[in-house]
Design a protein around this ligand. Structure first.
Ligand SMILES: [Zn+2]
Length: 401
């Protein structure tokens, strides 16, 4: 779609979208509040979420999803009496999702007990035959002050990990993309109770387009829509994302464009229809940074694909629903972009020289590749042309010569 920019940008960003939630809150009472999030107030990692019923009342703890549960009590453990829950869901990078509900009041769980090594063995062998089956919202205990909480006030420590190992803990807010949909206003019934520590969205373009002296519109805006020449997608090196098998590397043509990685790699590719467009004084690709499941601190490279990458018509993988890693295009490796993308803001990639080479015929337009600098759980995830919120979709901005 080509249209002249009139700068109509909705104020409602990603959080406005509706979303199905894999996890619900680990309690039923509206009196319960979040007392400590993924980070402590001093910025150090907590790696779980604490909930309390002020000032320090016990409250019922409920299963956040369906699955199997077992209780553990270890007088010396930081967690005191706690419930381990195995979910049916499997994390894309690390294995089966497991929840932990800690500091429960002694003797309040009705769940069968095991010792920690038995629990570990069961998880390793995937044998949950003598665990108890629960549904989302089922009562599994009462918040107390066992373990580390013995000197403190009654609270629930809730955390989620993959595979049962401490190093694979995830912020529950990030699991299954719930962080994209942080509540607006925060506190919706099935959402987490606290807003994330992020800046409010800034959906305005920072430069070049929009209001100019005398109100003259100087920009051409190109957006992609299904069925047009333009397209965008993300591709990844290890996980297939096709629901059939873990590997080989695939990706998804969904509402996001992922760049980054957690030891593996995620690249984004974008192509706009530049047919019939004039040479540019300035040209940018603009993408909106919607979320990061890890560190937000990511630098990107701008590469030039040397061949077409239309996954819908060609490819060697199991389907034509995604661009498989082995089918990603050869590229001319480009330079590192000077700025870092910022969460909830537009990220402008200056492609002026490349754009003029496209429209001047020096190169065929196979679009661009955004390649991350790091993959140590560093991410920049942008809205794609499939994003439900049109105002956040990628666009090509051209200021004609
Ligand atoms: Zn805690």
């Amino acid at each position: 779609m080509k249209r002249t920019l009139t700068l109509v940008l909705a104020l409602c960003a990603a959080p406005c979208l509706a979303q199905q939630h894999f996890l619900t809150l680990p309690y039923g009472s509206g009196e319960v509040v979040l007392t400590s999030g993924w980070f402590y107030d001093d910025g150090t990692l907590h790696r779980g979420i604490d909930y309390a019923f002020p000032p320090a009342e016990p409250f019922e703890v409920r299963a956040t999803a369906e699955g199997y549960v077992v209780a553990v009590y270890d007088e010396l453990s930081d967690f005191g009496e706690f419930v381990v829950q195995v979910h049916n869901e499997v994390g894309p990078l690390c294995g089966r999702r497991i929840s932990l509900y800690a500091h429960l009041e002694r003797g309040t769980t009705t769940v069968p007990f095991k010792n920690l090594s038995e629990v570990r063995n069961d998880i390793t062998s995937e044998d949950f035959a003598d665990w108890q089956t629960v549904s989302q919202g089922d009562l599994i205990g009462v918040a107390g002050r066992t373990g580390l909480a013995r000197e403190g006030r009654i609270h629930l420590h809730y955390e989620v990990n993959c595979g049962g190992y401490a190093e694979n803990k995830s912020d529950p807010y990030d699991i299954y993309d719930t962080s994209v949909h942080y509540p607006e206003p925060c506190g919706s019934e099935h959402l987490w109770t606290e807003c994330p520590p992020v800046q409010p969205p800034n959906t305005s373009f920072p430069t070049g387009c929009g209001a100019s002296p005398g109100g003259i519109i100087t920009c051409i805006l190109v957006e992609n829509e299904p069925g047009e020449v333009g397209k965008d997608i993300w591709v990844t090196s290890t996980y297939a994302y096709d629901g059939v098998d873990f590997t080989p590397g695939g990706g998804l043509n969904d509402h996001e464009l992922r760049t980054g990685g957690f030891s593996d790699w995620y690249y984004a590719l974008l192509q706009f229809n530049t047919e019939g467009l004039p040479r540019a004084k300035q040209a940018w690709v603009a993408v909106f940074f919607v979320r990061s499941p890890g560190s937000f601190n990511q630098l990107l490279y701008l590469d030039r694909p040397l061949e077409d990458w239309d996954w819908r018509v060609s490819g060697t993988g199991r389907d034509r629903e995604r661009l498989w890693w082995v089918d990603r295009p050869d590229v001319q490796v480009g330079s590192r972009l000077p700025d870092r993308p910022l969460l909830n803001e537009w990220f402008l990639v200056d492609i002026t020289a490349l754009y003029n080479d496209w429209v001047g015929g020096a190169y065929p337009n196979y679009g661009i590749q955004l390649r991350p600098h790091g993959n140590g759980n560093q991410w920049a995830i942008f809205a794609s042309s499939n994003n439900a919120d049109e105002s956040l979709r990628p666009r090509l901005i051209v200021v004609p010569e």
